[in-house]
Design a protein around this ligand. Sequence first.
Ligand SMILES: [Fe+2]
Length: 170
Amino acid sequence: MTKPARQLISEALNEAANPVARRWWQNLLAAANALYTMLYTFHWKSKGANYYSDHELYSRIYESVEEDIDSIAEKAIGTTNDDSFIDAATWLARSSEALGRMTNRTDPGNDPDLFPQAALDGFEFYLRIIDQMKDEFEMNGLLTNGIDDFLQALCNKHEGNVYLLQQRNQ
Ligand SMILES: [Fe+2]
């Protein structure tokens, strides 16, 4: 017996997202959250001769990364019709892993002079995740024009932040 259309639609909506899509949306969400958290701590821990400008610089940058978190999660759910892979415990665990990988080259500790390099390493990691995600989505036939555009816009937006950090790091 054929199923009623409403049941078919409901089953399609409840179907779990492609595992590649789930993994990369989770990776991206974790990388954004790790970068945001790191930049937020730099905002609090700025001190010394550059205190005020550093404090303001990190504030400006963490706010722009914070916007990504919400838009990534909503895009992930909107494009997969699946919210089951977005949960707080997984998000925090993945974010912690991402933070460890972001800071494996520069451990900023409490030294404000190391914060710009650690932040640049963080952006490099984040932008690399975006690159890898695009490749994986493309290989798996998941890269719609909309998702491609969404990921490009993230890269475009953060070129400005990378420039500001490079200036501070000179
Ligand atoms: Fe503040």
